[in-house]
Design a protein around this ligand. Sequence first.
Ligand code: PMM
Length: 289
Amino acid sequence: MPASVADLLAPGPTRIMGIVNVTPDSFSDGGRWIDPAVAVRRGREMAAEGADLIDVGGESTRPGSRRPDEQEELDRVLPVVAALADEGLVVSVDTMRAEVARQTLEAGAAIINDVSGGQADPDMPAVIAATGAPFVLMHWRGLLTDPHEQPHYDDVTAEVCRELTDRVDALLGAGVAREQIILDPGFGFSKDAGHNWTLLSRLDRVMALGLPVLVGTSRKRFLGRLPARPGVTVAPDAAPTEPVDRDVATAATSLLAAQAGAWAVRVHDVAATREALGVWQMVRGADAR
Ligand code: PMM
């Protein structure tokens, strides 16, 4: 692992991962960055706004969306990853495919972010072990094709932690080093709004697993239904706000994640998140005086 990437994983203030989805159909920014030149510009802009790393993805995980084939995914992400890495930016690649991971790492990507936690492609753990690249292991119970399928948990925090631990053990068994692994509880993946809120309130339990933790709540559906006033409960059938109108709520969840000790937050609106984390930094600094 290069020294700069090791530095990135070292304990320190919560990092900001800016999202660039080079897809036609992601739920909040689908189609906006599909042109590689526009995607590269967006990545650069996010770095200028304070992103510590840029997460480039070529496949939407929206329930029911069509998977691009491997070549299509490579065609989307490779030029963007290569250009951003050439400019010295730290790039992570959001992919479930071992070959995409291998080629993008070769093109200069620093981190692989796999929402399936290495389960979608049986070759992924071997690529991660061979390259030594940091790997985001996200919790997800599977590729949902039925958007109405209801996830069931008796204790969401305990079960997510247990399932993450099982995946860590599987990766270690495949030769991946513990120092390479970053955990992500997978907000919005196989979880309903209640599960997401519970997990957010118990992030300390995920942190207690002893590995860096990435938190990705940005613009997710559960942030689209908030009480209009204190004490007002939200009707379960209330229409959610539009994804682009969830950045203030995302800044709030980012601050909570930072307070809980998250390694990084994955967000669309880097500038707002930078301000929210700035507040946390000032409060911590005041506390230390
Ligand atoms: N969420 C999405 C995509 N990739 N990766 C990680 N590690 N964590 C997440 O929560 C996550 C992810 C879906 O959101 P998007 O379509 O806005 O990128």
